[in-house]
Ligand binder design. Structure first.
Ligand code: BV8
Ligand code: ZN
Length: 254
């Protein structure tokens, strides 16, 4: 990709007091994790992910939903952080303050070295009881049985005997309040925001880049597809995050 970047963005990065990095499924795509809106293979080709990620879906067919999340968790456990995750971890050393907000339910940012990651949509790795809310311990080294498309009965809570559910935020559920408040506060405070690998359609997370722009921040969208930008202080960098980010950081800080 071309290493020519907007001077507005380069200045904003070099002079950033507070950089906000906001990520979506596209940042993990080069690690082999399917994005949320990609066509899924096998059985999942016939299912809409958005229809599996709801409280109603779990109530209607818990084994189908639990099996799908275990399949996804297995893929994440087998995956490694990619260059984009590593560059984001490195960025912490380039600016006085960095906040990392992700919509992703994987742990690839943490495995690349970021700490204090704000997870707006929860985590595949922290299931909890669907009734009493107690966390449920998963043994990450134990083999995960489901292959793609296999149904699997959810485990039972050791406290109350009810079904354990994935520790993610489903459609129609509210986001964790502390995480959302921290993300909105960072959006209002930051002077530069990198929005990486997100289609920006899921609310309320999608308000974050908009809020940062309204507060005067320079906003850059890094996406394999061209993103619509409003005004001279927003830019769209088109290409895979694993290529665009190393080039950007090299030009800005190298
Ligand atoms: C809520 C966890 C209040 C589960 C997820 C109309 C207006 C406003 C809101 C709504 C509305 N209708 C419905 C709503 C509410 C709804 C919503 O926003 N729906 C949308 C779809 C319209 N939101 C909610 O329900 C939220 N809660 O509003 O609470 C409330 C409560 C009750 C009653 C009333 C109000 C909760 C939403 C949480 C959903 N959970 N995930 C799970 O993972 O299974 S969301 C899901 O989408 C993903 O997990 C991810 O977190 C999220 C965002 O997706 P992206 O990350 O952007 O991924 P996507 O696949 O879309 O895009 C990938 C992008 O990467 C693409 O642009 C692609 O081009 C790019 N890309 C690909 N490869 C690369 C790349 N870019 C760079 N490099 C690459 N290599
Ligand atoms: Zn319980």
């Amino acid at each position: 990709m071309s290493a020519t970047f907007s001077p507005v963005l380069l200045d904003a990065l070099r002079n950033a007091r507070h950089l906000l990095v906001f990520t979506g499924a596209g940042v993990s795509a080069e690690s082999g994790i399917p994005t949320f809106r990609d066509a899924l293979t096998g059985l999942w080709e016939r299912l809409d992910p958005a229809e599996l990620a709801t409280p109603d879906a779990f109530a209607h067919d818990p084994a189908l939903v639990w099996g799908w999340y275990e399949w996804r968790r297995k893929k994440v456990l087998a995956a490694q952080p990619n260059l984009a995750h590593h560059v984001i971890a490195e960025l912490v050393t380039c600016v006085p303050r960095l906040t990392l907000v992700t919509q992703n339910v994987d742990d690839l940012h943490e495995r690349a070295g970021n700490t204090d990651v704000i997870h707006l949509h929860g985590s595949l790795h922290q299931p909890r009881c669907s009734v009493c809310g107690q966390p449920h311990a998963l043994h990450s080294d134990a083999p995960i049985e489901p292959e793609e498309g296999r149904r699997l009965e959810p485990p039972r809570c050791v406290h109350c005997g009810e079904r354990v559910r994935p520790g993610v935020v489903w459609f129609g559920e509210t986001l964790p309040e502390a995480a959302l408040n921290a993300a909105f506060e960072a959006a209002r405070d930051c002077d530069c925001l990198l929005s990486i690998g997100t289609s920006g359609v899921v609310q309320p997370a999608a308000m974050i880049p908009q809020l940062a722009a309204e507060s005067g921040a320079v906003v850059a969208h890094v996406n394999s597809q061209s993103m619509t930008v409003l005004g001279p202080r927003q830019v769209s960098l088109v290409g895979p995050a694993g290529k665009v980010l190393p080039a950007l950081i090299d030009v800005a800080f190298g």
